[in-house]
Ligand binder design. Structure first.
Ligand code: PLP
Length: 375
C-alpha cells in the first residue's frame, strides 16, 4: 500500500480534522432547519470567496458539474467563444460545443489567452465567453478583469471557472463582471471532493434558456434555495455539505484577506525554490497574465523523466503534467489549509529528488523558500 502522508496536489487537498469530524455523524433531514442553516451560512461565506452579492448555489457534483450547469443553463443554442490555454479551458470548450455553436480560441497550454481573437469573436456575435481563471494544468492565472470588460462591452455573458482560485486567490466576480462563476469543493476551500458552487448574475438570469437540464436546472436550485428553510431541489450529498460548511466556517475565522495573503506567501516561497534550483517556470506570461498563486508548474529539467515518483517514496504526493504535458512538467499544489511546514517538507523532498536524478547545479531551494516564509 502507498504510504502517502501529505497531498500537495492542486486538489484534492488535505482536510483539516474539524472538517473530517463534521462529516462523521448520523443522517439529518435535508428539508429540516439544521441543513437549511448550514446551507445559508455556507452561502454567506461563499459570497465573500467569490466577491459577489449575487446568489450562490451548492450543487452535488464535482467542479465539472458546476461547469456543465453554467453552460447548459445559459448557453444552450447560443454562440459561445471559449478561451483555451490548458486542460480545463479545453473542458469548458467541449461542454460549450455540446450545448451551442462554440468557437475555440486556442493558445498553447501555459501561454496567455488571445484577447485580440476574443474581441474578434465578440464582434462576430459571440453571446457567451468561457475562461478558466486559474488554469491548473499549466499554473497560469488568466486575465479575468480584462475578459469581463470585453464581454460587457459586447453584451455577452462571461462564464468563469474559478475552481482553483475561489477561496485561495483574489476573485472579484461583481467588480470584474463575471456572470457565472464556479468553484469546486476539494481545492482552495479545503473541503471534501464532490461539491461545486456557482454564482449567477441578474444578467444571466434574464437570459436563462428554456431547454434546461433536469438535475442541474439552476432555476430549480433557486426556487428551492428561496424556501424556508433553505433547500436543494433533490437530495443533496448531505455529509459533504456538512464538511464544506465546516471548511467555510474556518475560512470565515481566517478572513479572506488573510487567506489570500497566505496563499500568495506559500506560492511565492515555492517560486523562490524553483529559481534557486535553477529550473524554469512552465507558464510564459504577458502583461495580462500571472503565475498561479495556488499551483506552481515547473518545466521538467533536461534528461529527467520523473520527479514525483521519488517524492512519493518520501510520503509526499505532487502532480505531474496532464495529457501532452506528461513528463514535461511537474506541479506543486499550495492551496487550502496549506502552511509553511508542509511547503518546506515538500520542497526538501523535491530538492532531494532533483539531486538524485542528477540534475546539475541544484541550489538550495529550501533555504530560498524559508527566506520568503520567514524573512
Ligand atoms: N477546473 C479546474 C481549473 C480544475 O483544476 C479542475 C480539476 O482539477 C476542474 C475544473 C474539474 O473539477 P472536478 O475534477 O472537481 O470535476
Amino acid at each position: 500500500m502507498e504510504d502517502v502522508r501529505l497531498l500537495m496536489l492542486p486538489g484534492p487537498v488535505p482536510l483539516p480534522e474539524r472538517v473530517c469530524q463534521a462529516m462523521m455523524r448520523q443522517a439529518i433531514n435535508h428539508r429540516g432547519p439544521e441543513f437549511g442553516a448550514a446551507y445559508t451560512e455556507s452561502v454567506a461565506v461563499l459570497k465573500e470567496c467569490f466577491g459577489t452579492e449575487n446568489e450562490v448555489f451548492i450543487l452535488s457534483g464535482s467542479g465539472t458539474a458546476g461547469m456543465d450547469a453554467a453552460i447548459s443553463n445559459f448557453g444552450k443554442g447560443k454562440k459561445i467563444a471559449s478561451l483555451v490555454n490548458g486542460k480545463f479551458g479545453d473542458r469548458l470548450y467541449q461542454i460549450a460545443a455540446r450545448n451551442g455553436d462554440a468557437t475555440e480560441i486556442a493558445s498553447e497550454w501555459g501561454t496567455p489567452v488571445d484577447l485580440a481573437a476574443l474581441e474578434e469573436a465578440l464582434e462576430n456575435g459571440a453571446e457567451m465567453v468561457t475562461m478558466v481563471h486559474n488554469e491548473t494544468s499549466a499554473g497560469i492565472l488568466n486575465p479575468a478583469k480584462e475578459v469581463g470588460r470585453l464581454a460587457r462591452k459586447h453584451d455577452a455573458l462571461f462564464v468563469m471557472d474559478g475552481v482553483t482560485s475561489v477561496g485561495g486567490d483574489e476573485v472579484l466576480v461583481d467588480e470584474w463582471g463575471v456572470d457565472v462563476a464556479i468553484v469546486g469543493s476539494q481545492k482552495c476551500l479545503a473541503a471534501p471532493a464532490g461539491l461545486a458552487a456557482v454564482t449567477v448574475s441578474d444578467r444571466a438570469w434574464d437570459r436563462i434558456v428554456e431547454d434546461r437540464p433536469f438535475y442541474l436546472d439552476l432555476a430549480a436550485c433557486r426556487k428551492s434555495a428561496h424556501k424556508e428553510p433553505m433547500q436543494t431541489p433533490y437530495t443533496p450529498a448531505v455529509p459533504l455539505f456538512l464538511g464544506l460548511h465546516e471548511a467555510l466556517m474556518m475560512i470565515k475565522e481566517e478572513g479572506m484577506e488573510a487567506r489570500v495573503a497566505r496563499h500568495r506567501r506559500m506560492s511565492a516561497s515555492v517560486r523562490a525554490a524553483v529559481a534557486a534550483w535553477g529550473l524554469e517556470m512552465f507558464p510564459q506570461l504577458d502583461e495580462h497574465s500571472a503565475y498561479s498563486n495556488t499551483v506552481t508548474a515547473v518545466r521538467m529539467p533536461e534528461g529527467v523523466a520523473d520527479v514525483g515518483g521519488r517524492v512519493k517514496q518520501m510520503g509526499i504526493e505532487i502532480a505531474g503534467g496532464q495529457d501532452h504535458l506528461k513528463g514535461k512538467i511537474f506541479r506543486i499544489g499550495s492551496m487550502g489549509a496549506v502552511s509553511a511546514p508542509e511547503i518546506l517538507a515538500t520542497l526538501a523532498a523535491v530538492q532531494h529528488a532533483l539531486r538524485k536524478a542528477g540534475v546539475a547545479g541544484v541550489g538550495d531551494g529550501v533555504e530560498a523558500a524559508a527566506e520568503v516564509l520567514n524573512p
